[in-house]
Design a protein around this ligand. Structure first.
Ligand code: NAP
Length: 494
């Protein structure tokens, strides 16, 4: 524990919670003295019993004796559970060094009660004589956090208010915005004292906890699952680098409409949307741009500052099309006023979310679009909307009405772990002058490698991702994107 406390200090923690119930052989007098006196940081002693979700299973009187000892030894904070707080306070009879603060805690591992019930709990805890109120509940849905924020903001006493579990992550970060007394971070990923705890490193370096204040604007990526998303790394670093007072969170959302109606305050300002919520996101917008309307999905939502209306955009296509245009310009020197895609035969493989974005994007730029998809019906439907031709992937092998065509793969064929798969055989690639692959894991897919071998210019999927990040950053902040920084962060995190 002493080694870990040192580690916590090095990682940037302000104080350490010492969970003595996790010690295998705990002899209070000997161990507490060492732990409290030798800690490099202020200490919080917690001796959590089984009946409150902890590890201690022995006699209650011995446990409370150890807590009294921690007070006597001058631990900066001592945690006492609400269920026994009244008796505990009577037992110390006001004998407590001034600097020792008692946290009275209540844990709910099942759910998060109503605002009224949490408020009532705060009052009950306060009535025991607590210096600091601690309430931890469990998130069954991301909207549960809102009730904790409401109580935190209105609390007249110092309060720790956290919502446990994966869906409660935002409470552990935004507590800094809503005036929470502290938040817990783990020293190592996964070694947590309560479900959903982030690491100290993530709190400080990824979410920039120390920069969060009451006026920090909230952004995030709405999806399910969302834990793997690289977007928080990218946007938080970018916000910090330009001094923008914003935070960007992974938002594990089950029902978009519920999320949007719950977090309706002007502080919730911008979102990215990912699988499977792009279509539901569109339904929650007050206004939608024509491309997103045509695609039937949004990738970005902004709360308009002037009237609070929610604006939906689909910027997926901007990313990919921008990257393709850039590569084409580099190779043929088209003037900036004309899209180098105009008039080109543009073959899109796939007709899912990314396929639609690419097909509409190509159509917007004046390309002649061909949609090739495993399921012909979907190709036909999409092609009819962009005035193009439809075929199956099998038919595409023998399709080469002209040379120098542009190819975009938006199927998931060739994505990790099946990196030896490819959606189109190498022989067919010689008819293309440029090949783009939306897949970005791996960066160099078999399709791109073979296209390169056939002499085509290649455009990586990471370029699509990065370009749409530039666009979203500018929409979120109204500032030019720090492009090199975003590239560097992405390179470090993929
Ligand atoms: P989606 O909506 O699920 O569409 C998947 C597409 O892949 C469909 O056209 C599907 O054809 C086709 N497909 C799947 N398995 C196939 C197989 N075994 N053989 C032939 N075709 C197959 O997915 P999405 O959102 O469009 O994403 C597709 C890919 O693009 C993913 O790899 C994703 O990572 C990537 N992507 C990248 C970015 C970026 O920023 N670079 C952004 C979005 C997506 P059917 O219609 O026949 O099922």
């Amino acid at each position: 524990m002493l080694t870990q406390m040192k580690k916590a200090q090095e990682l940037g923690a302000d104080l350490v919670e010492i969970r003595v119930d996790f010690l295998k052989n705990f002899s209070p007098r000997q161990n507490l003295e060492v732990l409290i006196k030798q800690s490099p940081l202020p200490t919080l002693i917690t001796y959590r019993p089984k009946w409150e979700g902890g590890e201690y299973d022995g006699q209650e009187s011995k446990r409370q004796e150890a807590l009294r000892l921690a007070i006597e030894l001058g631990s900066d904070f001592v945690d006492v559970e609400l269920k026994v707080a009244q008796g505990f306070f009577s037992s110390i009879q006001g004998k407590k060094p001034e600097k020792v603060k008692i946290i009275v805690s209540s844990h709910n591992y099942e759910s998060t009660p109503s605002i009224e019930e949490i408020g009532e709990l705060v009052a009950r805890i306060q009535a025991t004589g607590a210096d600091i109120v601690k309430i931890a509940t469990t998130a069954l849905d991301i909207t549960d956090n809102a009730r904790m924020f409401h109580v935190l903001v209105h609390s007249q006493v110092p309060m720790i208010g956290l919502v446990m579990g994966e869906r409660g992550l935002m409470s552990r970060i935004l507590t800094a915005k809503y005036g929470g007394f502290l938040t817990f971070g783990s020293i190592e990923a996964g070694i947590v004292s309560a479900p959903g705890q982030p690491t100290i490193k993530d709190l400080l370096d990824l979410y920039n906890l120390r920069l969060i204040g009451s006026d920090t604007k909230i952004h995030g990526v709405i999806g399910n699952p969302i834990g793997h998303s690289k977007s928080p790394h990218l946007y938080n670093a970018a916000f910090k680098s330009v001094g923008f007072n914003g935070i960007y969170l992974p938002l594990l959302v089950d029902n978009v409409a519920n999320y949007i109606s719950t977090y309706s305050s002007p502080d919730f300002v911008g979102y990215s949307y990912t699988i499977p919520h792009k279509e539901d996101g569109l339904k929650c917008c007050d206004e939608v741009d024509p491309i997103a309307q045509a695609i039937g999905a949004i990738s970005c939502m902004i709360r308009r500052p002037t009237d609070g209306k929610l604006m939906g955009y689909n910027v997926d296509y901007l990313g990919a099309i921008g990257a393709i245009e850039e590569a084409l310009r580099g190779s043929n020197g088209t003037p900036p006023s004309v899209s180098p895609l105009a008039g080109k035969l543009f073959v899109v493989m796939g007709a899912g979310g990314a396929g639609k974005a690419l097909a509409y994007g190509g159509y917007e730029k004046g390309a002649r679009v061909v949609v090739a998809n495993r399921t012909y019906e979907k190709a036909k439907e999409l092609a009819s909307k962009v005035g193009g031709q439809a075929m199956t992937l099998a038919e595409l092998k023998d399709f080469h009405p002209e040379e120098g065509m542009i190819l975009a793969n938006t199927t998931s064929v060739g994505m990790k772990p099946r990196i030896e798969d490819t959606p189109l055989p190498k022989e067919a690639l010689k008819h293309y002058s440029l090949v783009f692959d939306a897949i970005y894991t791996p960066k160099l897919t078999r399709l791109l490698r073979e296209a390169q071998e056939c002499g085509a210019t290649i455009v990586y999927g990471t370029e699509m991702f990065i370009n749409q990040a530039f666009v979203q950053f500018e929409r979120f902040t109204g500032l030019p994107a720090p492009k090199q920084l975003i590239r560097d962060v992405l390179a470090r995190n993929t």
